[in-house]
Design a protein around this ligand. Structure first.
Ligand code: FE2
Length: 378
């Protein structure tokens, strides 16, 4: 059996389906459970059912082509379903990637590493011996010039610095954040956007007091909350942030005017747990619309709002990426589609950042990033 290529193809197909389902099903809070419990519950159920079916299957097939004809009708249906599912997955992804996405007009203008203290060493350092480098402490700033269709000339040159997924207090020593955030403050954009998952537990909101103080920008410093922030305690975090001069947008819009043209900064409440009243966003009318939403899965709403640009995080860029293959696990109902980078569907460009934090403490081929965007009309 182990020598038959069909056996390995069968296992590969099962694995692909497992990964597909894991990405789509796992990362929703169901039954009021946190993602981690729900993921554990459903993954074990899937593996048990598949192991049981495979056990029955192994008994009447030797995994040779010639043995196929001897299989029972039920086994052939089972095998057919697995095959069709994988074919459908490939076609669906290909159709989306090659036909539905429009090419985004962006140029990477600058990339530079932030200075960190050499005392910060990542875990799993020994993986380097087998070519896997843990990039946890290699934060970089990436600057892009982004051209947006319909973006008003009056707001041409607007600069935004996006910081996402800090996950304060989880895996990094606390002085690490101070080291890099001091450098981020010096990027001097027109506005700072924190796109969620700043903390992990309620005590973090108090513990990080003052860490985010001193961010200054002419158009303001804004944050939207992520799933981890919500489980930790949105109230305490919102209060801590506002004390530090950061405005949390909870389905709220802030308007700025320049030469008669309105810029709307729209901030989404957290997708799974947050406030469901989106009327302020739906009623927003502006010449330039920027949408901040922690989850890339909020893209459906960004498109509905007619936002020119949506900034998201949450996925950590897939965090553990493999050469050619990319990431296997991405916490999104769209699977790996919106793991990292620029996308353009309908009238809205989506940008998903790698963010600076981690969960678990391993990053490969996916360095922590802070992003600076310069927006121009197309
Ligand atoms: Fe998140």
């Amino acid at each position: 059996m182990f020598l038959q290529p069909l056996f390995w193809i069968y296992l590969l197909f099962l694995f692909l389906i497992f990964i597909f389902l894991t990405n789509r099903i796992s990362f929703h809070p169901r039954l009021g459970w946190a993602e981690v419990y729900w993921t554990f519950f459903w993954c074990s159920s899937f593996l048990l059912v598949q192991a049981g079916l495979s056990f029955l299957f192994f008994r009447n097939w030797d995994f040779s082509w010639s043995g196929l004809s001897a299989l029972s009708a039920a086994s052939l249906v089972y095998l057919g379903l697995i095959f069709l599912w994988v074919v459908w997955m490939v076609l669906d992804h290909g159709f989306w990637k090659w036909f539905r996405l429009k090419p985004v007009q962006f140029t990477k203008t600058k990339v530079f590493q932030l200075k960190t203290n050499p005392k910060f060493l990542p875990p799993f350092g020994t993986l380097k011996k087998i070519g896997i480098e843990n990039q946890l402490y290699q934060p970089q700033v990436t600057e892009y010039e982004l051209k947006l269709e319909g973006w008003p000339q009056e707001w041409s040159g607007l600069t935004i610095v996006q910081v996402s997924d800090m996950h304060y207090g989880k895996y990094f020593p606390v002085d690490y954040y101070g080291t890099i955030l001091e450098q981020v403050k010096k990027l001097k954009p027109d506005l700072f956007a924190f796109t969620g998952d700043l903390i992990n537990t309620k005590s973090d909101a108090v513990a990080m007091k003052g860490l985010l103080k001193g961010f200054k920008a002419p158009l303001g410093v804004y944050a939207v909350l992520g799933n981890h922030d919500h489980r930790a305690g949105p109230q305490a975090l919102t209060e801590a942030l506002s004390r530090d001069g950061i405005q949390v947008l909870d389905n709220e819009v802030i308007y700025h005017k320049k030469k008669g043209k309105n810029l709307a900064i729209m901030g989404a409440a957290e997708l799974w747990y947050g406030n469901k009243d989106t009327s302020a966003l739906l009623n927003c009318e502006a010449d330039a619309k920027l949408f901040l939403a922690h989850h890339p899965d909020h893209y459906f709403f960004g498109k509905k709002l007619g936002a020119h640009l949506q900034l998201s995080g949450h996925t950590h860029g897939g965090q553990i990426r493999f050469p050619l293959i990319g990431p296997l696990i991405v916490p999104s109902a769209a699977g790996r589609k919106y793991a990292q980078g620029f996308y353009w569907e309908k009238n809205t460009v989506l940008f998903v950042t790698n963010g600076i934090g981690c969960y678990p403490p391993l990053r490969t081929l996916c360095p922590p990033e802070i992003v600076k965007l310069v927006l121009k009309p197309a």
